[in-house]
Design a protein around this ligand. Structure first.
Ligand code: ATP
Ligand code: MG
Ligand code: MG
Length: 561
């Protein structure tokens, strides 16, 4: 049921397409493999792949791997997995680094055109040339800009040959410092980097092209028709066009769209790294994080993310969304796609003195017969949630208490509590006793229960927001001072009914179809609604002996723990 180009059917970015109504649309998603993708990237993926799909074109996955110092192999794999998990298949997977030789030739061409020079200025000098503090001083060029083409070519070749140390010199584009746009103030094209081997080209290169030099050219090489990027690159459009035009290569069209930001969390790599290092979270895929691997581990279906992004649409405006809104979207999606089961977070036995064991046929969804049904065994002793019992009854209370009747979902009769036992040391109720209340045809409230046969113990992890406030970064002393101490609440002795085994065997549940091969069989694709509790999915910490469940979202907003 995932419709990858739903938002484009509503006309988003039609204006962009119509500027260049190419029959063979080619787009690209160009992540730098220097970290795990987050929820914002899901928008970039949906926009680039969706736009191409909608216009009958193709989309590349291009690793923008021009910075050996920051890039690692594990990110390449993780990025690819996540793109496929979101149901998009790249037309081709490419690497900016595959073009290193071609880019180098382009740089020589630029030097030959007199449009690039090797500069030996320091950062301080460059800042002054660009107008100094606040840009208040007149801008000027350094003497290196006056070097001859031959001189520049020789020096640039020396850069490649490793005759300079890092930072000693760099290749600079000869643009237009009189232009009001800082992206035209003789940007860097190549820098020397000799400390780290590149993960693909090893020690082959001592110089690496900058984003400003690489991106537009790689777009050009790949024949990208519409190069869609986020609005912080608006000013870069001018340099993007300047370079392709100067080199007389095919000119793609860059257009910008607004980023997707989420409040109430942090998305920056540096900050998440801090949380991981300090063991505030389990890892980069902690279900409380909004990395895509975290969201995935938590059990959010890929379709829910796409539906969310599609609902927001895409314009030039930055979209800032609260976690609650994202969760509302997930809830809506799960509501119609996952089966329902009975589960008890904090079990207490209820002995029904006149009950007999009986098989009960339960539908997986009360609304959707297509989901089928399963059998659970009702037993004379069942477990109910401690929270559904009170030692002292009151008028405005409708669950179980001594002398009070409550319904048990799908059980033969409602139950009236007669007595209970308590552990004096802990003050906890250890057992409730009751009888069927055959007079009451329809109880006021129905609670879930789990029988003693076929059910199993599981660990349930309830995740709450990692931060207390809407803007963790604004907290005094920084985001680390805004941590919610109750962001993970663990119920080690939760009980789940026998239907879980079938849900597990059939995952991903047919109604949630549209999940890619990669998602299939992943523990997180075992999803269900625990009736009256929350939506859950299986965690990757699960073993054959021990099932661990993550709460995906509560059933209602602000349902508390
Ligand atoms: P971050 O610093 O958050 O990782 P980035 O821009 O450095 O972001 P890239 O790896 O360069 O990350 O991102 C790949 C693509 O995803 C780029 O085209 C970028 O514009 C886009 N992108 C990144 N963050 C967002 C976001 N929050 N919303 C929409 N698109 C985004
Ligand atoms: Mg990035
Ligand atoms: Mg980037």
């Amino acid at each position: 049921p995932i419709d990858p180009d739903a938002m484009f059917k509503q006309g988003f970015l039609d204006d962009v397409y119509n500027e260049r109504p190419d029959k063979n649309v080619v787009t690209r998603f160009p992540p730098e493999p220097n970290g795990y993708l987050h929820i914002g990237h899901a928008k970039a993926i949906a926009v680039n792949f969706g736009f191409a799909k909608h216009h009958g074109g193709v989309c590349y996955l291009r690793y923008d791997d021009t910075n050996p110092e920051k890039e690692e192999e594990k990110y390449f794999t993780a990025i690819q997995d996540v793109v496929r998990w979101l149901e998009f298949e790249p037309f081709k997977i490419t690497y900016s680094s595959d073009n290193f030789e071609k880019l180098y030739q382009m740089a020589e061409k630029l030097v030959n055109l007199g449009k690039a020079y090797v500069c030996a200025c320091t950062d301080v000098e460059i800042k002054l040339q660009r107008g100094g503090e606040k840009g208040a001083q007149p801008r000027y060029r350094c003497q290196h800009a006056e070097q001859s083409v031959e001189d520049n070519l020789a020096k640039f070749r020396d850069m490649r040959a490793g005759k300079y140390k890092p930072r000693e010199v760099f290749l600079r584009m000869n643009q237009d410092i009189t232009d009001g746009n800082p992206q035209m103030w003789d940007l860097a094209a190549y820098r020397i980097k000799t400390d780290t081997p590149h993960h693909r080209t090893g020690w082959d290169w001592k110089i690496y092209p900058t984003y400003d030099f690489t991106h537009c050219l790689c777009d050009s090489f790949e024949g990208i028709t519409h190069s869609l990027c986020t609005t912080e690159f608006i000013l870069s459009r001018v340099s993007y066009e300047w370079l392709n035009k100067s080199l007389e290569v095919y000119e793609p069209m860059q257009r910008e769209y607004g980023r997707l930001n989420l409040t109430g969390t942090v998305l920056s790599k540096r900050k998440i790294l801090k949380l991981v290092e300090e063991r505030t979270v389990r890892d980069w895929d902690d279900p409380r994080l909004y990395t895509l691997i975290g969201i995935r581990r938590r059990g959010v279906p890929p379709g829910a993310i796409l539906e969310f992004v599609n609902e927001l649409g895409v314009t030039a405006n930055i979209t800032t969304i609260q976690i609650q809104r994202f969760e509302q979207s997930i809830r809506k999606y799960l509501e119609k796609t996952v089966p329902r089961l009975m589960m008890i977070l904090d079990p207490v036995p209820l002995v029904i003195e006149d009950a007999e064991a009986v098989d009960i046929e339960l539908p997986f969804s009360p609304k959707d017969p297509k989901m089928g049904s399963h059998t659970v065994k009702f037993t004379p002793t069942v477990c109910i949630d401690r929270a559904d019992f009170r030692e002292v009854d009151s008028k405005d209370y409708f669950r179980l208490a001594p002398g009070k009747t409550v319904g048990l979902l799908n059980a033969p009769f409602p139950v009236k509590a007669t007595s209970f036992t308590k552990d004096e040391a802990t003050g906890k109720v250890t057992e409730i006793r009751g009888v069927f209340d055959k007079e009451t045809k329809k109880a006021k409230t129905y609670i879930q229960w789990v029988g003693t046969e076929g059910s199993r113990k599981v660990e349930a992890r309830i995740h709450n927001p990692l931060f207390k406030s809407e803007k963790p970064d604004d907290a005094e002393g920084g985001f680390l001072n805004d941590l919610n101490p109750d962001s993970e609440v663990i119920y080690p002795d939760a009980l789940i009914e026998s239907g879980f085994d079938e849900v597990k065997r059939c995952a991903p549940w047919p109604e949630a179809a549209g999940e890619s091969e990669l998602g299939k069989g992943g523990p997180e694709s075992v999803r269900f609604q625990a009736m009256r509790v929350a939506y859950f999915a299986m965690d990757s910490d699960s073993t054959d002996d021990k099932i661990v469940l993550n709460r995906i979202v509560s059933l209602k907003e602000d349902a508390g723990k």
